[in-house]
Design a protein around this ligand. Sequence first.
Ligand code: SF4
Length: 265
Amino acid sequence: MIDLNHGSGAQYLPPRALPDITAALCAVIDSGLTARQGRERPRSYVSSSGLGRACLRQIQYDYLTVPKDKGQEFAPRTLRIFEAGHRGEDMVAGWLRQAGFDLRTERPDGRQFGFSALGGRFKGHIDGCLVSGPVPMAYPALWESKALGASSWKDTVKRGVTVAKPVYAAQIALYQAYLDLPSPALFTALNRDTQEIYAELVPFDAALAQHMSDRAVQVVRASDAQELLPREAAEPTSVVCKGGMAAGHWHPPCAWAQRCWRAER
Ligand code: SF4
């Protein structure tokens, strides 16, 4: 038995240095995540979540599940960030319910509420609907929730969701239209680093919803006709293609850039 009493005189060898296990651990976690991602069925519809992106051709590649360029699949670390985001949204939903909101996030069968249009080729799924609550606002209201990294969160607080995150604003407008929830939507953003919450009421923008819906129709019709939609950019060096900030908006690098610029037009 080990004698741990102070002054017992027992002598122990210093702890043995063990090999760094981080790399080995992350490798097995990441291969599990990659395998799980590989088992997921690709989406076969235009999703409301990406319809506000700048380039229609990019949205079309996504809709047609065209393989991404080599090395452009989501990295395991990105998959971890996505999952943390989803869990952050679940936490905020729990906090809202605890605060007294009647928040509906899923149907009795566990599926999310959503809409389906164009024969199932255009779909969207909402985070939830607030039926009543302790804060004075119009009910029922759409609830849209995001968990953001610190700098993205700060930018959203500073400029508001419509200006800072037009892709989210497009999503919100579409949901308000298709789910017939015209009251201002409650947008919440959780700071993933500090757990601060930003909330904003977003009025229904019918023109934006119509414009986004028209884009979905454009993507589906062009795809049916086997036509490639035009590029948004004139050069492959455009930030829309290679990623970066332009006119105050962040564009992630396009995952089909090589394929796109290999095409004749
Ligand atoms: S590379 Fe640029 S133009 Fe081509 S699909 Fe991507 S974003 Fe659009």
